[in-house]
Design a protein around this ligand. Structure first.
Ligand SMILES: Nc1nc2c(c(=O)[nH]1)N[C@H]1C(S)=C(S)[C@@H](COP(=O)(O)O)O[C@H]1N2
Ligand SMILES: [Mo]
Length: 227
């Protein structure tokens, strides 16, 4: 199987993210996904409710915008479209035209996607990876997985979804994220890495970031020593 433009295969599936050396956030006793924004009233969907929905399994490659790809991952969970139709759509005020969603994680990571991309048939709220419940490294207790978009869209430790009727402009607002200016659609086969700059101009720069970020993330994945 070929990889999208500018991507290179890595062995295994590294833990990755701007959260650097920090350990994964603790999983709450009764984890839930809070829904806010353009809904009649905010509410929370307990993760336990996912067990009552039709389940979906996909096998897909995973592509980080920095240029690594992990191949042949098996995800199991609930199709995001199923979740959206079951919980979010019924909570909208009549006539509300949703355009974008912001996916928030327990560690503060946030990503923006347009509704159409989020409703693609291979987008999941995943609870299992390769036959095992997600561990801290890969997004316990549940994460978004959108295989045809760069990895930063696939928010781990998913705990919040904000519903929007226009593209929110304040999500990627740290100084680093302003420079990285992620593309609003982030489709890997179209190589939509950066909002303004052509992807080829960034391939080398992004690739330089992979070893230090991998190292920091690997440190954070070690259990904390007691005492
Ligand atoms: N909550 C959260 N989600 C996140 C991140 C993060 O740091 N925190 N990093 C993103 C990035 S940049 C990538 S490439 C993938 C990495 O997923 P992995 O750590 O399971 O390999 O998760 C994305 N989702
Ligand atoms: Mo990434």
């Amino acid at each position: 199987m070929s990889l999208p433009p500018g991507q290179r295969r890595v062995e295994g599936f590294p833990r990755f993210g701007a959260g650097t050396g920090r350990p994964a956030p603790a999983v709450p006793l009764d984890p839930a996904i809070k829904i806010r924004g353009a809904v009649a009233a905010s509410f929370a969907v307990p993760l336990a409710a996912l067990a009552t929905l039709p389940r979906r399994e996909i096998t897909a490659d995973f592509h980080c915008v920095a240029g690594w790809s992990a191949t042949n991952l098996q995800w199991e969970g609930v199709a995001f479209e199923t979740f959206y139709r079951r919980f979010i759509e019924p909570a909208l005020d009549p006539g509300t035209a949703v355009t974008h969603l912001v996916f928030g994680g327990l560690d503060g990571h946030r990503s923006v996607g347009c509704l159409g991309d989020a409703l693609a048939e291979d987008v999941l709220i995943a609870e299992n990876l390769d036959g095992h419940p997600l561990g801290g490294d890969h997004g316990a207790p549940a994460r978004l997985v959108s295989p045809r978009q760069y990895g930063f869209i696939s928010t781990k430790h998913l705990s919040r979804i904000d519903v929007h009727t226009a593209e929110p402009t304040d999500v990627y607002r740290s100084p680093a994220m302003r420079v990285l200016a992620p593309h609003s659609r982030a489709r890997v086969w179209q190589e939509e890495r950066h909002r303004y700059l052509p992807a080829w101009s960034l391939r080398h720069v992004y690739r330089l970031l992979i070893p230090p970020i991998r190292l920091l993330n690997a440190r954070g994945s070690r259990p904390r020593r007691l005492g």
